[in-house]
Ligand binder design. Structure first.
Ligand SMILES: Nc1ncnc2c1ncn2[C@@H]1O[C@H](COP(=O)(O)OP(=O)(O)OP(=O)(O)O)[C@@H](O)[C@H]1O
Ligand code: NI
Length: 375
């Protein structure tokens, strides 16, 4: 693990054991978060974003369980298994894997904090906002009550709550949605974590308030040098604050790139479809194309490339073989994609017959090197 890497996720697999069978909600994802970086996790509802972050926090509840892979955080083993499973085929945790107790006392709320979509889930309605924030500060820093309170007020001010001193004594229900979300950000920062995991924290807010919160997070990120994993289904949010992005589809990462690369050198048809389905300043509304079809169920994913049933570029090879995430960029900027259209794959895509998916072609928006060369 290189020095500036804070979190390393390798081939992480999390499944839910249901009566109908195993739902492989997260099916072998790998990505890194460097220190001081905001990494996006984007994809449609059901892609596995929340299960992925819950796995990193070790907060997956039964019938869900982490069944494979490795997660290393600041030198600690969050997830790590022996090479051989036990007699019943279940993974065996390695000795260096943190216990549930260690996760609770040393990692969550200390080194990793979480911000969820609904602040009311994380705030206690019977205590004032100030009391809750002060308590977190005292848990994390050995400060006398008076100083902890002063710091709490200072933090409320820092996240942009007007009249912070006066509002210290108010209850969560007296705050608007946007203000509550600011309180949660203050609470997360009060732990002085090195990583904050934010799961769609601005989805319920209107766009103006969302924009204010995103600006705030960018500012605070710079000041505190905190790393973030930002979960969202919204590419506009990704464009706003992320440094690098992972695009998830049906439990897998299909594209991974720095944010500008993702938008301007798109390598995966699913990412392209996501981009075409959201308004952009350089497009008219008429040019918007919704993504066709619905994402298939994770319990019974399509064969081959999981996106092939909805992909306008799908060919026979995509139905038969599954492309893994590979380096497909220009060799300068790291850019990974899981699509046979790229030269890095030698799967015979171009000789393979197109398959009829009932989805129209994207046109010339997704030219590959080969296509460009043949034009
Ligand atoms: N308790 C559970 N039992 C069975 N399957 C589950 C359970 N929780 C989640 N799943 C499945 O895991 C998959 C991924 O869900 P997840 O909540 O991670 O999606 P998501 O990308 O966060 O979606 P959203 O944008 O709606 O939050 C889904 O197919 C979901 O049905
Ligand atoms: Ni989710």
């Amino acid at each position: 693990m290189s020095d500036d890497t804070l979190l390393e996720v390798r081939n992480l697999q999390t499944q839910f054991d249901t009566d109908e069978g195993a739902v492989r909600a997260v099916d072998g994802i790998s990505f890194d978060v460097k220190r001081g970086e905001i990494v996006g996790l984007v994809g449609e509802s059901g892609a596995g974003k929340s299960v992925a972050t819950a796995s990193i926090l070790r907060l997956v509840d039964s019938p869900g369980r982490i069944v494979g892979g490795e997660v290393t955080f600041d030198g600690k083993t969050i997830v790590g298994f022996e090479d051989e499973p036990d007699a019943r085929g279940n993974p065996v945790p390695r000795d260096d894997m943190l216990s549930d107790e260690e996760m609770r006392t040393d990692v969550r709320g200390q080194e990793m904090a979480i911000i969820l979509q609904d602040p009311m889930e994380s705030l206690n309605p019977v205590f004032t906002v100030g009391t809750q924030l002060k308590e977190i500060i005292q848990l994390n820093r050995d400060l006398p009550s008076k100083e902890a309170k002063a710091l709490a007020v200072e933090m409320l001010r820092e996240v942009g709550i007007p009249n912070a001193e006066g509002r210290f004594g108010e209850y969560p229900h007296e705050f608007s949605g946007g203000m509550r979300q600011r309180v949660l950000i203050a609470m997360a920062l009060a732990c002085e974590p090195s990583l904050i995991i934010a799961d769609e924290p601005t989805t319920a807010l209107d766009v103006t308030v969302e924009g204010q919160i995103l600006n705030l997070v960018s500012d605070l990120q710079e000041r505190y040098d905190t790393s973030f994993i930002w979960v969202t289904h919204d590419l506009a949010v990704v464009a706003d604050i992320c440094d690098r992005v992972n695009v998830m589809y049906l439990g897998e990462i299909v594209e991974q790139a720095p944010v500008v690369e993702l938008f301007y050198e798109t390598k995966h048809p699913y990412t392209q479809a996501l981009l075409d389905s959201v308004p952009r300043p350089d497009q008219t509304v008429e040019e918007l194309v919704p993504i066709e079809g619905v994402m298939p169920e994770a319990i019974d994913p399509p064969s081959g490339c999981r996106f092939h049933t909805r992909c306008p570029e799908a060919r026979e090879v995509c139905r038969r073989h599954e492309p893994e995430l590979r380096e497909v960029g220009d060799g300068v900027t790291p850019h990974a994609g899981a699509c046979f259209r790229h030269e890095a794959f030698d799967a015979g895509y171009w000789e393979s017959d197109p398959i009829e998916t009932g989805v129209s072609n994207f046109g010339d928006q997704l030219l590959t090197e080969q296509e460009e060369a043949s034009q």
